[in-house]
Design a protein around this ligand. Structure first.
Ligand code: GLA
Length: 502
C-alpha cells in the first residue's frame, strides 16, 4: 500500500520535466538575446502545442513569420522560421530547453554563430506597438544652410554593422586624415545603428558599453578637423532593435547637440508599425524642428527607403538628404540595380538637398575594381552623398585611387547641382551626361553587360555649342584625342569610361 502511495506521489509531483513542460509551451513568449553591449534584442513568439507538434508565429519588428518544423519533445523545443527573401531559402533555427518556467533558447541566423537567449512568458499586449503620437500640422522647416554640395565622409554600417565601437570610430577619424581623404573633402565620421544604450531615469538617451563617452568621442573627431554623425529612428526601436527617439525627439536632439553631433541619420524602421506613410512627412518634420531648436547646425539625413515620394517633401522637413531606395550591399547586382534606377528623380536635387542612393561599398571586397569605378562614377554623376563604407585603416592603393580621384569627386561636388541626363540607353550600354558649372559636361559611358562593349556618343547629343572641344578621361587622368562627330570606346564588363568634355 505504502509503495503504491509513493508511486502515485512520484507520478503526480516529481514527474519528469517534459511531462510538466509539454502542457506549458502554448502561449505568448518574449525572447531576449543579449547583444553584447548591455542591450537585448527582443523577439515575441505566439506558440501552440498539440502533442509534440508546435505551431504559431514569430513576431519580429513589424513582421509576423510562421513557425515551421516545430516540435516540443522530452523538454526540448525546436522550430524554424523562413525568412522572406528572393532567390535562396533563408532560415532562422531556434533550439532550446525548458528551464523552470523559462526556455533557454539558441538562435541560429543564416551564416552566423548561434546566440543564446532566454524566453519568458508575457502577454500579447507587450508585442503591440505603442499608439501613435499626435501628428503635428505641416509647415516648412527653414533651410539650415548646410551641405551645399553633397555630404562626403564615412559611415560605419556597411563594414561594421553592429560591431562598431569607440576605438573603430577613432581609428577611422585618424585614417581619414592620414590617408589624405579629409584633404579631398571627406569630412563626416558617421556612427550608424547600435551605439544606443537605455534611457536614464530622466529619459535621456545614453550610449552603450561600446561607446563609453560620446562627448569625448565627438571632441576627438573634432580635434582632427572632422565632423561627427549619429543615428536614430522616429520609432521606439531602430532597425537593429536598439532604442529609438519615439516620444523623446526634442530631448534626443538636445542630447546630440550637447555631445557636439553634426549629422543625424533618422531611420524609419519601427515607426512603420505605428504610423502610416501619409504621416511620414509630419513625423520627420518633428525631428527637423527639434534639430533646429537646438541651435546647433546638424545635417538631417532622412532614411525611409524612398517611400511616399520623399524627394518631393524631404527639403520641407529640413532634410538635407533622403534615401531613395532600400539598402545597398557589396554586390554588383544590387549596386547596378540601385544606381541605374535613379534618373527619373534626378531633377529633385539642389544645393543643400540631395537624393541618397545609399552609402558606398568601394573597398569592401565584393566587387571588381571596374565595378567600384562604376559605383564612384555613377554616384558622382547623380550628385549622391559620398559616404565611404569600408575600413579606412586598411585600404589598398586601388581603393584609395577610386575614393580619392579628385577629378571624379569634382563632378559629384559641382556647385550647380544640375541633374544627370540619360543621353542614350541601348541594351546594356548607358550614356549619361551632367552639365557642370564651368560650362563643361561630365559624360559617362557605362557597360552594364557581361562582355566588353563598344559604346559611342555623338557630340551633337550633348548640345555643346562650340565646335572645338577638349576631352579628358577622368580615370586615366589624361587628355583624349578625338576627331569627327562622335566619341567611341571599348568599355570593360561592368565598367565605365568617364569623360570631362569642355
Ligand atoms: C536600415 C538602413 C541602413 C542601416 C540599418 C541599421 O536598414 O537602411 O542603412 O542604417 O538600418 O540598422
Amino acid at each position: 500500500m505504502l509503495k503504491r502511495v509513493l508511486l502515485i506521489a512520484a507520478l503526480c509531483c516529481v514527474a519528469p520535466a517534459w511531462v510538466q513542460a509539454q502542457a506549458d509551451i502554448t502561449g505568448f513568449w518574449v525572447l531576449r538575446v543579449p547583444t553584447g553591449d548591455g542591450n537585448f534584442r527582443e523577439t515575441f513568439f505566439d506558440l501552440k502545442q498539440a502533442g509534440e507538434t508546435v505551431t504559431g508565429k514569430v513576431m519580429q519588428g513589424s513582421r509576423d513569420l510562421p513557425v515551421s518544423d516545430g516540435s516540443f519533445k522530452d523538454g526540448k523545443l525546436h522550430f524554424v522560421v523562413n525568412l522572406p527573401s528572393r532567390g535562396q531559402q533563408r532560415q532562422i533555427a531556434y533550439d532550446g530547453s525548458m528551464e523552470g518556467d523559462k526556455i533557454s533558447l539558441g538562435v541560429r541566423f543564416p551564416g552566423r554563430e548561434p546566440v543564446m537567449g532566454t524566453a519568458e512568458r508575457t502577454n500579447p499586449a507587450a508585442a503591440l506597438p505603442p499608439a501613435p503620437l499626435p501628428i503635428p500640422e505641416l509647415h516648412d522647416v527653414p533651410d539650415n544652410g548646410l551641405v551645399r554640395t553633397p555630404p562626403m565622409g564615412w559611415n560605419s554600417w556597411n563594414k561594421f554593422a553592429g560591431k562598431v565601437d569607440d576605438a573603430a570610430v577613432r581609428g577611422m577619424a585618424d585614417a581619414m586624415v592620414s590617408s589624405g581623404m579629409s584633404k579631398v573633402g571627406y569630412i563626416y565620421i558617421n556612427i550608424d545603428d547600435t551605439w544606443e544604450g537605455p534611457r536614464d531615469t530622466q529619459g535621456n538617451i545614453t550610449s552603450n558599453r561600446k561607446f563609453p563617452d560620446m562627448k569625448a568621442l565627438a571632441d576627438y573627431v573634432h580635434s582632427k578637423g572632422l565632423k561627427i554623425g549619429i543615428y536614430s529612428s522616429p520609432g521606439p526601436k531602430t532597425c537593429a532593435g536598439y532604442e529609438g527617439s519615439f516620444g523623446h525627439e526634442q530631448q534626443d536632439a538636445n542630447t546630440y547637440a550637447q555631445w557636439g553631433i553634426d549629422y543625424l541619420k533618422y531611420d524609419w524602421c519601427s515607426a512603420g508599425g505605428i504610423y502610416k506613410d501619409k504621416d511620414m512627412q509630419a513625423v520627420y518634420q518633428k525631428m527637423g524642428d527639434a534639430l533646429q531648436k537646438t541651435g546647433r547646425p546638424i545635417v538631417f539625413s532622412l532614411c525611409q527607403y524612398g517611400r511616399a515620394e520623399v524627394w518631393k517633401w524631404g527639403s520641407k522637413v529640413g532634410g538635407n538628404l533622403w534615401r531613395t531606395t532600400g539598402d545597398i550591399n557589396d554586390h554588383w547586382q544590387r549596386m547596378d540595380q540601385i544606381g541605374f534606377s535613379q534618373f527619373d528623380i534626378a531633377q529633385y536635387i539642389r544645393p543643400g538637398h540631395w537624393n541618397d542612393p545609399d552609402m558606398l561599398e568601394i573597398g569592401n571586397g565584393g566587387m571588381t575594381a571596374d565595378e567600384y569605378r562604376t559605383h564612384m562614377s555613377l554616384w558622382s554623376l547623380l550628385a549622391a552623398p559620398l559616404l565611404a563604407g569600408n575600413d579606412l585603416r586598411t585600404m589598398s592603393d586601388e581603393t584609395k585611387s577610386i575614393l580619392m580621384n579628385t577629378e571624379v569627386i569634382a563632378i559629384d561636388q559641382d556647385p550647380l547641382a544640375n541633374p544627370v541626363k540619360v543621353i542614350s540607353q541601348a541594351g546594356q550600354s548607358v550614356v549619361l551626361a551632367r552639365p557642370l558649372k564651368d560650362h563643361s559636361m561630365a559624360v559617362g559611358l557605362f557597360n552594364r553587360g557581361d562582355q566588353p562593349a563598344e559604346i559611342s556618343v555623338n557630340w551633337s547629343a550633348l548640345n555643346l555649342k562650340k565646335k572645338k572641344r577638349k576631352v579628358r578621361d577622368l580615370w586615366k587622368h589624361q587628355a583624349v584625342r578625338t576627331s569627327g562627330d562622335h566619341f567611341s570606346a571599348t568599355v570593360p564588363t561592368h565598367g565605365v569610361v568617364l569623360l570631362k568634355v569642355s
